[in-house]
Write a protein that binds this ligand. Structure first.
Ligand SMILES: Nc1ncnc2c1ncn2[C@@H]1O[C@H](COP(=O)(O)OP(=O)(O)OP(=O)(O)O)[C@@H](O)[C@H]1O
Length: 334
């Protein structure tokens, strides 16, 4: 299995009037072939900005990106506009929370998928239609032939999300990026879409990175979970390990509302007292220190480094070993 995505000390900064917004501050993440990784964390922690960086979707004029960013072994930061178009068209596809933003209201969904297929592959209209039908079957849209002729507004939220996934798959991508793909849907539809993503990953060998606020969603489909805070991944690890043996105080707080072992589907992150730091004026030390009940004097002045605790389980916390002693795992889930 080789890595499909490699982010090394990724930094993304936005130029705003009289300030620099440090939205992503040294993210290290690899996503293997066929792997599903969930990015979780509070609003504003840099999840979407990280995801969009992978396709270099930020405006070149108002954004500075640095560090290492490779997709399928190619350096995305060095790509020409032409290479970027190929990356976005052939290798990586993205789906959003709101399919209506991706689907054109004046064309039927079938026409849009057929057009996308023909843009990527030199096939006849009849062949593109056949492939569009097959994609609709793949994303389990009932009566697919009839639904190809529907306009986006004629579909339910769940069906529209499936149609957008079909559109994303029309270029046979290797990587699927999903920005809160189920947040706007009701609970039962959310689970169906997540299971669909999991099945598509298995069937097509896709690598998937998805952003969510929902720990239940992460637990449902992710192989690995990365927790973001103030533009950094403060803890990442295999999903089962991170959910049962979280080690960073922020992850502990996020999981605190979880009941004994069993994770509630659709459960949202608990609110943590205080507010995240101002991204244009980040503290010298740990960005979570102000809100952390375990913080010591050193935390305010020293940036924690990433430490690998077990294979794939990486944490950035100066006090991780002390916390482990005073707060055994069980305390995290009660
Ligand atoms: N184009 C931009 N210009 C300036 N600031 C931006 C821009 N895009 C994002 N930001 C800021 O970067 C920070 C991180 O935003 P991001 O959307 O990644 O957060 P998030 O973790 O995905 O949150 P949410 O869960 O609410 O989507 C926020 O403070 C946001 O306001």
């Amino acid at each position: 299995m080789h890595d499909m995505i490699t982010l090394r000390d990724l930094q993304v900064q936005f130029f705003a009037p009289k300030k620099l917004i440090r939205a992503v501050n040294g993210v290290n993440l690899t996503v293997g072939q066929g792997e599903v990784v969930a990015l979780i964390g509070e609003s504003g922690s840099g999840k979407s900005v990280t995801l969009r960086s992978i396709m270099r979707l930020h405006s070149e004029r108002s954004t500075r990106i640095s560090g290492g960013l490779e997709v399928d072994g190619k350096d995305v930061l060095k790509m020409s506009q032409r290479e970027l178009a190929a990356l976005r068209g052939d290798t990586v596809a993205m789906i959003f929370q709101e399919p209506l933003l991706a689907l054109d209201p004046v064309y039927t969904v079938g026409a849009q998928i057929i057009e996308a297929i023909r843009r990527h592959k030199k096939v006849s209209k009849a062949e593109a239609h056949r492939q569009a039908l097959s994609l609709f079957q793949k994303v389990r849209i009932p009566s697919p032939e009839r639904r190809l002729d529907a306009y986006p507004h004629e579909m339910s939220g769940g069906m529209r999300q499936r149609a957008m996934i079909a559109l994303a798959l029309s270029c046979s991508p290797k990587v699927l990026l999903a920005d809160e793909p189920t947040t706007a849907l009701d609970a039962t539809v959310q689970i169906q879409i997540l299971l669909l993503l999991r099945d598509l990953q298995k069937e097509l060998g896709l690598s998937i990175v998805f952003v969510t606020h929902d720990i239940g969603a992460a637990a449902e489909v992710a192989d690995r979970i990365a927790v973001m805070y103030a533009g950094k991944i403060i803890e990442q690890g295999p999903a089962a390990e991170l959910l049962t043996r979280p080690r960073h105080p922020y992850t502990l707080s996020l999981l605190k509302s979880r009941s004994h072992g069993a994770l509630q589907k659709g459960q949202r992150l608990e609110t943590i007292g205080g507010a995240p730091p101002d991204l244009s004026n980040l503290p010298a030390g740990c960005a979570f220190a102000e809100r952390c009940r375990y913080a010591a004097a050193e935390c305010a002045g020293v940036q924690p480094r990433e430490e690998t605790l077990s294979p794939g389980h990486v944490v950035s916390c100066l006090r991780v070993h002390q916390i482990h002693q005073i707060n055994p795992v069980a305390a995290a889930t009660h």
